[in-house]
Design a protein around this ligand. Structure first.
Ligand SMILES: C[S@@+](CC[C@H](N)C(=O)[O-])C[C@H]1O[C@@H](n2cnc3c(N)ncnc32)[C@H](O)[C@@H]1O
Length: 266
C-alpha cells in the first residue's frame, strides 16, 4: 500500500486533516522538541543567511526554525498544496518566514543560494532519497550545512505486550505510512556518495507517555484500515479510546528513535 506522505494531496480530505493535525501536534510535543532543538543548537547561521526547510508540511518545525534564527530568512517548501495552505495560515506575522509549494526533487532555487538545508522526517517518505539529497546539496553554498533528521521506523512500537492492539497500530502505521522504515541506517553511505563530510550523527529516542503526541499512528492506521474494509469504524473508535484511556491513566508508551545527521558542503 502507498505511503500517503508520498502524495498528500491525493489522500482523502479526512486523511489530510489527520496528517495536518498530527504534524502540528508532533511539532509542539514535549517529546519532539528536544530532538529539533538539539540540531538547531548546533547550527551557526549568519545574519541574512537562507535556511530552506524541504518538505515543510504544515510548517510546525519551520516556524520553530524561524523563531530561533530571526536574522535569517527561512523558506519552507512542500509539494502538497493542502499542507502549504495550512502552513501559510499558521505562519503568523513572522517577517523572516515564507512558504511555497515545491518538490524536493526539483527545487526552484539557484545553485549555492542556501546556508542551511533541512530535511525533517521527509526522506523516510520518498522512494528516491538520493534525489532529494542531491537537490539539497545543489542549493547549498560552499561551507553550507545539510541537516537530516529522520525516524528509525524499523524500531517503532506502541505495544506493551505481544499482540497489544496499540502495538498493531504502530505496526500498521509503519507498513502503511512509511516508505522506507530502514532509511536512517542508510544515511551515512548516502551522504558519503555526495562528497559532503558528515560532522555529526546521533540518535535520540522519542518516548511519548502522555498527551496526544502518538495518536496519529492510531488515527492514520484506523482510517486506512476502515477505508480498506479490513476493520469497522467501531474498532477504529475503540483503538482511539484505548489510547486516551492509557494516556489519562499514565500507561501510554510509544517509542521511536530519531537520527540526526549534519554534514558540510566542501
Ligand atoms: C512526515 S511529513 C514531515 C513534515 C515536516 N517536515 C514536519 O516535520 O512537520 C513528510 C513531508 O514530506 C513531504 N514530501 C513528500 N515527498 C516530498 C518531496 N518529493 N519533496 C519534498 N517534500 C516531500 C510530504 O508532503 C510531507 O509534508
Amino acid at each position: 500500500m502507498a505511503d500517503p506522505f508520498e502524495n498528500v494531496d491525493a489522500a482523502s480530505a479526512q486523511m489530510i486533516e489527520i496528517i495536518a493535525t498530527g504534524l502540528e501536534t508532533r511539532a509542539e510535543d514535549p517529546s519532539m522538541l528536544p530532538v529539533i532543538d538539539a540540531y538547531l543548537e548546533m547550527l551557526g547561521v549568519r545574519d541574512g543567511g537562507l535556511i530552506v526547510d524541504i518538505g515543510s508540511g504544515t510548517g510546525g518545525v519551520t516556524r520553530r526554525i524561524a523563531d530561533r534564527f530571526p536574522a535569517a530568512s527561512v523558506v519552507g517548501l512542500e509539494p502538497s498544496d493542502a499542507l502549504t495552505t495550512k502552513a501559510k495560515d499558521l505562519a503568523g506575522d513572522r517577517p523572516n518566514l515564507s512558504f511555497d509549494v515545491g518538490d524536493g526533487a526539483a527545487l526552484d532555487l539557484e545553485m549555492g543560494c542556501a546556508d542551511v538545508a533541512i530535511l525533517h522526517t521527509v526522506l523516510s517518505h520518498v522512494k528516491t532519497p538520493e534525489t532529494l539529497i542531491a537537490e539539497a546539496v545543489r542549493i547549498l553554498r560552499r561551507g553550507g550545512t545539510l541537516v537530516i533528521c529522520d525516524a528509525d521506523f524499523s524500531k517503532a512500537t506502541m505495544g506493551v505486550v505481544p499482540g497489544d492492539p496499540l502495538g498493531s497500530c504502530a505496526d500498521a502505521f509503519v507498513s502503511g505510512a512509511v516508505t522506507d522504515a530502514w532509511l536512517t541506517g542508510k544515511l551515512k553511505p548516502l551522504i558519503n556518495e555526495t562528497g559532503l563530510s558528515v560532522e555529526h550523527f546521533s540518535v535520540m529516542n522519542r518516548v511519548v507517555t502522555s498527551g496526544m503526541g502518538a495518536m496519529t499512528w492510531v488515527r492514520m492506521s484506523g482510517a486506512r484500515l476502515v477505508a480498506e474494509g479490513i476493520i469497522g469504524q467501531p474498532l477504529a473508535d475503540a483503538l482511539e479510546a484505548e489510547y486516551i484511556r492509557r494516556a489519562d491513566a499514565g500507561l501510554l508508551f510509544s517509542f521511536l528513535p530519531f537520527v540526526t545527521l549534519i554534514a558540510k558542503k566542501p
